[in-house]
Design a protein around this ligand. Structure first.
Ligand SMILES: [Zn+2]
Length: 129
């Protein structure tokens, strides 16, 4: 993936676009799994926004086997969009009803720390039996 100049973001932009404080954004960027720094200026390091987005808001995938009609799958937890906490709960204990025709399901998570509510999409890789 090539980085275009308009894709470059600093800490301030990451914080603004994710609606979090610079402190929270700074904590994210210090994790060793965070995307690599693309460029460094006096104002600080810069990252590729597309890589940051893919890192912060990944689309999880689950494999489900649908025998006849509907099936259930369990949604994976993901860290809070607001504070980055992993202390989150999924509405309905994460049990998702999947119909034979659905390729995506949306589910809602609640952060136990900052009480933010956020949602995720789950892409289904289905295997018809
Ligand atoms: Zn939170």
């Amino acid at each position: 993936m090539t980085t275009q100049i308009e894709d470059l973001v600093g800490l301030t932009e990451i914080a603004e676009r994710c609606n979090v404080s610079k402190n929270v954004a700074s904590g994210w960027t210090r994790k060793h799994t965070f995307p690599e720094i693309k460029h460094k200026l006096a104002m600080g390091p810069m990252w590729d926004w597309k890589e940051v987005q893919a890192y912060l808001f990944p689309t999880p995938k689950v494999e489900v086997r649908i025998l006849k009609g509907d099936a259930f799958a369990y949604a994976p937890k993901s860290p809070c969009d607001g504070c980055g906490s992993e202390d989150v709960r999924i509405e309905g204990d994460g049990e998702l009803k999947i119909t034979a025709t659905s390729a995506w399901v949306e589910y809602v998570l609640h952060c136990n720390v900052c009480t933010r509510e956020f949602d995720r999409e789950l892409e289904l890789k289905k295997e018809e039996a």
